[in-house]
Write a new protein. Structure first.
Length: 91
């Protein structure tokens, strides 16, 4: 059995208005992850992703670049307690 793992990320840069949330949702679903993604009022994007540790870390690497029109300046993350979500949704 794979290690179950959750991360909570904040992504800064040009990440709103460039399909960052939709692309993150697509990537997370492709990796079989659950959780959510949302825009923040300060221009950052927030992500909570849960699943097999190696897949969650793959998403974390993807978040550093994001979709083609994004210009990511920083990605911070911290591990979170395991939580069960039904899907990966845009909030």
């Amino acid at each position: 059995m794979q290690d179950k793992f959750c991360i909570h990320c904040y992504i800064g840069g040009l990440v709103q208005g460039v399909f960052y949330r939709a692309a993150t949702q697509q990537e997370a679903k492709k990796l079989g992850l659950t959780g959510w993604v949302r825009n923040l009022p300060d221009g950052r994007v927030e992500v909570l992703a849960c699943g097999d540790k190696d897949k969650v870390l793959q998403l974390h690497e993807w978040l550093k670049d994001g979709p083609p029109r994004a210009k990511v300046s920083d990605v911070s993350y911290e591990e979170q307690e395991w939580n069960v979500y039904e899907d990966f949704v845009i909030l």
